[in-house]
Design a protein around this ligand. Structure first.
Ligand SMILES: Nc1ncnc2c1ncn2[C@@H]1O[C@H](COP(=O)(O)OP(=O)(O)OP(=O)(O)O)[C@@H](O)[C@H]1O
Ligand SMILES: [Mg+2]
Length: 237
Protein backbone atom coordinates (compact mmCIF):
# COMPACT_ATOMS: atom_id res chain seq x y z
CA UNK A 1 0.00 0.00 0.00
CA UNK A 2 1.39 3.34 -1.03
CA UNK A 3 1.04 6.16 1.45
CA UNK A 4 -0.69 8.31 -1.18
CA UNK A 5 -4.42 7.83 -0.79
CA UNK A 6 -5.71 10.38 -3.31
CA UNK A 7 -3.76 11.43 -6.37
CA UNK A 8 -5.06 14.02 -8.81
CA UNK A 9 -3.13 15.03 -11.93
CA UNK A 10 -4.04 17.49 -14.65
CA UNK A 11 -7.65 17.63 -13.53
CA UNK A 12 -9.95 19.99 -15.39
CA UNK A 13 -13.71 20.33 -15.13
CA UNK A 14 -16.52 22.79 -15.71
CA UNK A 15 -20.19 23.28 -16.33
CA UNK A 16 -21.10 23.04 -20.00
CA UNK A 17 -18.59 25.09 -21.94
CA UNK A 18 -17.53 27.06 -18.87
CA UNK A 19 -14.24 25.85 -17.42
CA UNK A 20 -14.09 26.02 -13.60
CA UNK A 21 -11.12 23.86 -12.57
CA UNK A 22 -7.91 24.10 -14.58
CA UNK A 23 -5.21 21.52 -14.58
CA UNK A 24 -5.11 20.74 -10.86
CA UNK A 25 -2.44 18.52 -9.32
CA UNK A 26 -2.82 17.43 -5.73
CA UNK A 27 -2.23 14.55 -3.40
CA UNK A 28 -3.58 13.49 -0.04
CA UNK A 29 -1.50 11.02 1.91
CA UNK A 30 -3.08 8.37 4.09
CA UNK A 31 -3.80 9.79 7.54
CA UNK A 32 -3.33 13.42 6.52
CA UNK A 33 -5.65 16.36 6.95
CA UNK A 34 -5.33 18.48 3.83
CA UNK A 35 -7.01 21.87 3.50
CA UNK A 36 -8.22 23.28 0.19
CA UNK A 37 -8.80 26.95 0.79
CA UNK A 38 -10.03 29.75 -1.41
CA UNK A 39 -12.65 32.44 -1.69
CA UNK A 40 -16.21 32.30 -3.04
CA UNK A 41 -16.44 30.81 -6.48
CA UNK A 42 -12.86 29.48 -6.53
CA UNK A 43 -14.14 26.01 -7.41
CA UNK A 44 -13.86 24.20 -4.08
CA UNK A 45 -17.31 22.62 -4.14
CA UNK A 46 -16.84 21.81 -7.81
CA UNK A 47 -13.67 19.90 -6.91
CA UNK A 48 -15.56 17.85 -4.32
CA UNK A 49 -18.31 17.14 -6.87
CA UNK A 50 -15.68 15.91 -9.27
CA UNK A 51 -14.01 13.71 -6.67
CA UNK A 52 -17.43 12.26 -5.74
CA UNK A 53 -18.03 11.65 -9.47
CA UNK A 54 -21.15 13.82 -9.51
CA UNK A 55 -19.44 15.90 -12.18
CA UNK A 56 -17.29 14.68 -15.05
CA UNK A 57 -13.68 15.75 -15.55
CA UNK A 58 -10.57 15.19 -17.60
CA UNK A 59 -7.24 14.21 -16.13
CA UNK A 60 -6.32 11.60 -13.60
CA UNK A 61 -8.00 10.80 -10.26
CA UNK A 62 -6.84 7.79 -8.30
CA UNK A 63 -7.91 6.54 -4.89
CA UNK A 64 -5.55 3.94 -3.48
CA UNK A 65 -4.12 3.50 -6.97
CA UNK A 66 -7.53 2.83 -8.49
CA UNK A 67 -8.71 5.02 -11.37
CA UNK A 68 -11.97 6.77 -10.47
CA UNK A 69 -12.73 8.46 -13.77
CA UNK A 70 -15.29 5.93 -15.01
CA UNK A 71 -17.14 5.49 -11.73
CA UNK A 72 -20.65 6.55 -10.76
CA UNK A 73 -21.17 8.55 -7.54
CA UNK A 74 -22.48 5.42 -5.84
CA UNK A 75 -19.39 3.43 -6.82
CA UNK A 76 -17.09 6.20 -5.58
CA UNK A 77 -19.01 6.26 -2.29
CA UNK A 78 -18.64 2.49 -2.01
CA UNK A 79 -14.86 2.91 -2.34
CA UNK A 80 -14.90 5.25 0.65
CA UNK A 81 -15.10 8.75 -0.86
CA UNK A 82 -17.66 10.36 1.40
CA UNK A 83 -18.73 13.99 1.46
CA UNK A 84 -20.13 16.21 4.17
CA UNK A 85 -21.86 18.56 1.76
CA UNK A 86 -21.96 22.33 1.87
CA UNK A 87 -25.15 23.33 3.72
CA UNK A 88 -25.25 19.93 5.53
CA UNK A 89 -28.23 18.64 3.52
CA UNK A 90 -29.83 16.67 6.30
CA UNK A 91 -33.25 15.07 6.05
CA UNK A 92 -34.95 17.77 8.12
CA UNK A 93 -38.08 15.81 8.98
CA UNK A 94 -36.15 12.76 10.15
CA UNK A 95 -34.62 12.28 13.58
CA UNK A 96 -30.91 12.63 14.27
CA UNK A 97 -30.52 8.88 14.54
CA UNK A 98 -32.41 8.24 11.31
CA UNK A 99 -30.12 10.71 9.58
CA UNK A 100 -27.05 9.02 11.00
CA UNK A 101 -28.25 5.61 9.88
CA UNK A 102 -28.75 6.94 6.33
CA UNK A 103 -24.97 7.18 6.15
CA UNK A 104 -24.78 3.42 6.62
CA UNK A 105 -27.31 2.62 3.91
CA UNK A 106 -24.86 0.49 1.94
CA UNK A 107 -23.74 -1.55 4.93
CA UNK A 108 -25.30 -4.87 5.89
CA UNK A 109 -23.23 -5.63 9.03
CA UNK A 110 -25.76 -4.87 11.77
CA UNK A 111 -23.30 -5.25 14.62
CA UNK A 112 -20.76 -3.09 12.81
CA UNK A 113 -23.34 -0.39 12.16
CA UNK A 114 -24.29 -0.37 15.86
CA UNK A 115 -20.61 -0.10 16.81
CA UNK A 116 -20.04 2.84 14.44
CA UNK A 117 -23.16 4.54 15.76
CA UNK A 118 -21.81 4.19 19.28
CA UNK A 119 -18.50 5.66 18.10
CA UNK A 120 -20.29 8.64 16.52
CA UNK A 121 -22.18 9.22 19.78
CA UNK A 122 -18.86 9.18 21.65
CA UNK A 123 -17.44 11.77 19.27
CA UNK A 124 -20.62 13.87 19.49
CA UNK A 125 -22.29 13.35 22.89
CA UNK A 126 -24.78 16.06 21.92
CA UNK A 127 -26.07 13.80 19.14
CA UNK A 128 -26.78 11.02 21.61
CA UNK A 129 -28.81 13.44 23.73
CA UNK A 130 -30.68 14.63 20.65
CA UNK A 131 -31.05 11.32 18.88
CA UNK A 132 -34.86 11.46 18.73
CA UNK A 133 -34.96 15.15 17.81
CA UNK A 134 -36.01 16.23 14.33
CA UNK A 135 -32.78 17.18 12.54
CA UNK A 136 -34.28 20.33 11.02
CA UNK A 137 -35.09 21.72 14.47
CA UNK A 138 -31.48 21.74 15.70
CA UNK A 139 -28.99 24.60 15.76
CA UNK A 140 -26.53 25.04 12.89
CA UNK A 141 -23.66 23.57 14.90
CA UNK A 142 -25.71 20.55 15.90
CA UNK A 143 -26.76 20.02 12.31
CA UNK A 144 -23.11 20.11 11.25
CA UNK A 145 -22.30 17.47 13.89
CA UNK A 146 -25.13 15.34 12.55
CA UNK A 147 -23.90 15.71 8.95
CA UNK A 148 -20.36 14.76 9.98
CA UNK A 149 -21.69 11.82 11.98
CA UNK A 150 -23.74 10.64 9.03
CA UNK A 151 -20.63 10.65 6.84
CA UNK A 152 -18.66 8.70 9.46
CA UNK A 153 -21.39 6.04 9.49
CA UNK A 154 -20.22 5.15 5.98
CA UNK A 155 -16.69 4.39 7.27
CA UNK A 156 -14.98 6.78 4.84
CA UNK A 157 -11.46 6.30 3.59
CA UNK A 158 -11.41 9.92 2.52
CA UNK A 159 -13.77 12.25 4.32
CA UNK A 160 -14.38 15.40 2.30
CA UNK A 161 -15.85 18.25 4.33
CA UNK A 162 -17.25 21.29 2.51
CA UNK A 163 -17.38 24.59 4.43
CA UNK A 164 -17.68 23.01 7.84
CA UNK A 165 -17.33 26.32 9.66
CA UNK A 166 -19.81 28.34 7.62
CA UNK A 167 -22.16 30.34 9.84
CA UNK A 168 -20.96 28.75 13.09
CA UNK A 169 -19.62 30.43 16.22
CA UNK A 170 -15.84 30.11 16.72
CA UNK A 171 -16.29 27.95 19.82
CA UNK A 172 -18.34 25.42 17.82
CA UNK A 173 -15.84 25.51 14.96
CA UNK A 174 -13.07 24.68 17.45
CA UNK A 175 -15.06 21.70 18.73
CA UNK A 176 -15.56 20.41 15.20
CA UNK A 177 -11.87 20.87 14.39
CA UNK A 178 -11.04 18.82 17.49
CA UNK A 179 -13.31 16.06 16.22
CA UNK A 180 -11.46 16.08 12.89
CA UNK A 181 -8.15 15.66 14.74
CA UNK A 182 -9.63 12.81 16.74
CA UNK A 183 -10.95 10.91 13.75
CA UNK A 184 -7.69 11.38 11.90
CA UNK A 185 -5.95 9.65 14.79
CA UNK A 186 -8.39 6.80 14.23
CA UNK A 187 -7.21 6.46 10.66
CA UNK A 188 -9.59 8.60 8.60
CA UNK A 189 -7.99 10.84 6.00
CA UNK A 190 -9.58 14.26 5.59
CA UNK A 191 -9.87 16.79 2.77
CA UNK A 192 -11.19 19.98 4.27
CA UNK A 193 -12.57 22.61 1.92
CA UNK A 194 -12.89 26.02 3.56
CA UNK A 195 -13.26 29.71 2.96
CA UNK A 196 -12.11 30.20 6.52
CA UNK A 197 -8.46 29.74 5.66
CA UNK A 198 -7.10 30.08 9.16
CA UNK A 199 -9.63 27.73 10.75
CA UNK A 200 -8.70 25.09 8.19
CA UNK A 201 -4.95 25.59 8.54
CA UNK A 202 -5.24 25.32 12.30
CA UNK A 203 -5.98 21.61 12.01
CA UNK A 204 -4.48 20.69 8.62
CA UNK A 205 -1.05 19.23 7.94
CA UNK A 206 -0.82 20.76 4.50
CA UNK A 207 -2.88 23.00 2.32
CA UNK A 208 -3.56 24.21 -1.18
CA UNK A 209 -4.82 27.64 -2.15
CA UNK A 210 -7.36 27.54 -4.98
CA UNK A 211 -7.98 30.78 -6.88
CA UNK A 212 -10.28 31.00 -9.90
CA UNK A 213 -9.98 27.29 -10.48
CA UNK A 214 -6.21 27.06 -10.23
CA UNK A 215 -3.91 26.02 -7.42
CA UNK A 216 -1.74 29.04 -6.76
CA UNK A 217 0.04 27.98 -3.59
CA UNK A 218 0.76 24.89 -1.57
CA UNK A 219 2.76 24.07 1.51
CA UNK A 220 2.59 22.91 5.07
CA UNK A 221 -0.08 24.54 7.19
CA UNK A 222 2.61 26.55 8.97
CA UNK A 223 4.17 27.77 5.72
CA UNK A 224 0.81 28.90 4.39
CA UNK A 225 -0.22 30.55 7.66
CA UNK A 226 2.99 32.58 7.62
CA UNK A 227 2.90 33.33 3.89
CA UNK A 228 2.61 37.13 3.47
CA UNK A 229 0.48 36.74 0.31
CA UNK A 230 -1.93 34.39 2.06
CA UNK A 231 -2.11 36.75 5.02
CA UNK A 232 -2.79 39.70 2.78
CA UNK A 233 -5.42 37.97 0.65
CA UNK A 234 -7.25 36.02 3.33
CA UNK A 235 -6.67 37.79 6.62
CA UNK A 236 -6.59 41.37 5.40
CA UNK A 237 -3.16 41.84 7.06
N1 LIG B 1 -24.29 23.94 -11.43
C1 LIG B 1 -23.55 24.93 -11.92
N2 LIG B 1 -23.72 25.38 -13.17
C2 LIG B 1 -22.95 26.37 -13.69
N3 LIG B 1 -21.97 26.98 -13.00
C3 LIG B 1 -21.75 26.58 -11.74
C4 LIG B 1 -22.51 25.54 -11.12
N4 LIG B 1 -22.07 25.36 -9.87
C5 LIG B 1 -21.06 26.25 -9.70
N5 LIG B 1 -20.86 26.98 -10.82
C6 LIG B 1 -19.83 28.01 -11.02
O1 LIG B 1 -18.56 27.43 -10.82
C7 LIG B 1 -17.68 28.32 -10.15
C8 LIG B 1 -17.12 27.63 -8.91
O2 LIG B 1 -18.19 27.37 -8.00
P1 LIG B 1 -18.00 26.52 -6.67
O3 LIG B 1 -19.33 26.36 -6.07
O4 LIG B 1 -17.21 25.31 -6.97
O5 LIG B 1 -17.11 27.51 -5.81
P2 LIG B 1 -16.70 27.43 -4.28
O6 LIG B 1 -15.24 27.63 -4.23
O7 LIG B 1 -17.26 26.22 -3.66
O8 LIG B 1 -17.42 28.73 -3.70
P3 LIG B 1 -18.06 28.99 -2.24
O9 LIG B 1 -16.90 29.36 -1.36
O10 LIG B 1 -18.97 30.15 -2.47
O11 LIG B 1 -18.76 27.75 -1.81
C9 LIG B 1 -18.50 29.56 -9.85
O12 LIG B 1 -18.19 30.51 -10.83
C10 LIG B 1 -19.93 29.10 -9.97
O13 LIG B 1 -20.76 30.14 -10.41
MG1 LIG C 1 -18.54 25.89 -2.14
Amino acid sequence: MSDILLKVEGLSAGYGAMPVLRNLDLTVARGEIVAMVGSNGAGKTTLLRVLSRMLGSTGKIELDGQDLSGLTPDQAFALGLVQVPEGRQLFDQMSVEENLLMGAYRRRDKAGIAATLEHVYELFPRMRERRQQRAGSMSGGEQQMCAMGRALMAQPKLLMVDEMSLGLAPVIVDQLLDVLSAIRKQGVTVLLVEQDVFAALQVADRGYVLELGEITRTGTATELTEDPEVKRAYLGI
